[in-house]
Design a protein around this ligand. Structure first.
Ligand SMILES: C[S@@+](CC[C@H](N)C(=O)[O-])C[C@H]1O[C@@H](n2cnc3c(N)ncnc32)[C@H](O)[C@@H]1O
Ligand code: SF4
Length: 386
């Protein structure tokens, strides 16, 4: 990553799914009908709105997230890509990622998305075990997921997929087998999330009611350790807590978030971080799809929050996200983005305790968590920033 103040990432949220998974608390909804032309025009309106104050900058990545953006009409994705290239300068190696659900994949749709300019897909495989897919309420089988990944790899230059582990009853041995298969299927990038129980989801009530139990802390730690070892042994080390890649195949878009770069966020509930006239600004769009659409129709955008963040808050965010990365926070990037040295961003005694405790390392390259520190990153951040 560079500390280039000119660079910009763009996030586009597509909030619809074919069905709502019982564990998921993303801003995703099942809709009877979607007026694709209206959605396209509204997304284009929000892009134009943010482009007006960030014109001249270079877009290094565009990310269609969701929800299930593989349900977008390829023509909508094409219009968004064209608009992005028109509003800003497009980097030569512009990364254009789209999240896909294996259920929504047809060869023709994938081909059209590729022709539109999408050059990276991230597929929600979730498990390579049919019983686990049923438990997770997914609408696809392992076989369909494999076919979706195989197809994606023939169409897009880069592909990744997501798995959810630390599922009820999962053993280290069965997870290692599943993960080894996933690595051979994936090729260059995998996102591996531990199942988390989110308030307000059907899983929250079911879990509380005793319908299932998650692995306890020790079992969860053993599964995490097995994940690190297996991925490392196969050449896909973790470059972030939940993300593994062959060196060079990291998701550039997410690196922008984690290294404190600027990004525009459009679509329902999207967040943005922009440095405008030297000051960090936070933006957030109206979350509900219908309200978002109405607000864009009425005023050309659906920004519900737009406020100066202040450098102390922005720096705290950068420390929290930067320490998620194995490479940590690069000294020169941090200085270029904030105007201050890393050491001056932290309370010296708190920092010293974590360095002496073996949880953090600070050297000429920058600041990063040790293996010990990464395992208990939340506690490390609380001790550093409280
Ligand atoms: C927006 S979804 C991905 C794309 C697509 N909607 C799909 O599900 O195939 C992002 C990812 O977050 C992960 N995720 C969502 N809720 C989770 C939870 N409660 N625990 C762990 N991972 C979760 C899933 O792996 C999912 O693929
Ligand atoms: S996991 Fe993906 S498909 Fe399932 S509800 Fe969430 S966003 Fe939609």
């Amino acid at each position: 990553m560079t500390g280039d103040a000119d660079a910009l990432a763009v996030y586009v949220h597509w909030p619809f799914c074919l069905s709502k998974c019982p564990y998921c608390d993303f801003n995703s909804h099942v809709a009877d009908a979607v007026d694709h032309a209206r959605w396209r025009d509204a997304l284009l309106a929000e892009l134009a709105h943010y482009a007006a104050e960030t014109a001249g900058r270079t877009v290094t990545s565009l990310f269609f997230g969701g929800g299930t953006p593989s349900l977008m009409e390829p023509a909508t994705a094409a219009a968004v890509i064209e608009a992005v290239a028109g509003h800003w300068r497009a980097a030569d190696d512009l990364e254009i990622t789209l999240e896909a659900n294996p259920t929504s994949v047809e060869a023709a749709r994938f081909r059209d998305l590729g022709a539109a300019g999408v050059n990276r897909v991230s597929i929600g495989v979730q498990a390579l075990d049919d019983a686990a897919l049923r438990f997770l309420g997914r609408g696809h089988s392992v076989e369909e997921a494999r076919r979706a990944v195989d197809l994606a790899r023939t169409i897009f230059p880069r592909a990744s997929f997501d798995l959810i582990y630390a599922r009820p009853g999962q053993t280290v041995e069965s997870w290692e087998r599943e993960l080894t298969e996933a690595i051979s299927l994936a090729g260059e990038h995998l996102s591996l999330y531990q199942l988390s129980i989110e308030r307000g989801t059907p899983f929250f009530a079911a879990h509380r009611g005793g319908a299932f139990a998650l692995p306890d802390e020790d079992a969860g730690a053993a599964l995490y350790d097995a994940t690190q070892e297996t991925c490392e042994a196969h050449g896909l080390p973790a470059y972030e807590i939940s993300n593994h890649a062959r060196p060079g195949a990291e998701c550039r878009h997410n690196l922008v978030y984690w290294t404190g770069g600027d990004y525009v966020g459009v679509g329902p509930g999207a967040h943005g971080r922009l440095t405008l006239a030297g000051e960090p600004v936070a933006t957030e769009q109206v979350p509900g799809p219908a309200n978002w659409l109405d607000a864009v129709a009425a005023q050309g955008h659906a920004t519900r929050r737009r406020e100066p963040l202040g450098w102390p808050a922005r720096i705290e965010e950068m420390l929290m996200t930067g320490l998620r990365l194995r490479a940590g926070i690069a000294r020169d990037t941090f200085l270029a983005r904030t105007g201050i040295e890393l050491e001056d961003a932290m309370e010296p005694r708190r920092l010293r305790r974590l360095l002496d405790g073996g949880f953090l390392v600070l050297d000429a390259r920058g600041l990063r968590a040790t293996g010990e520190g990464r395992v208990r990153l939340n506690a490390v951040l609380a001790a550093l920033l409280a």
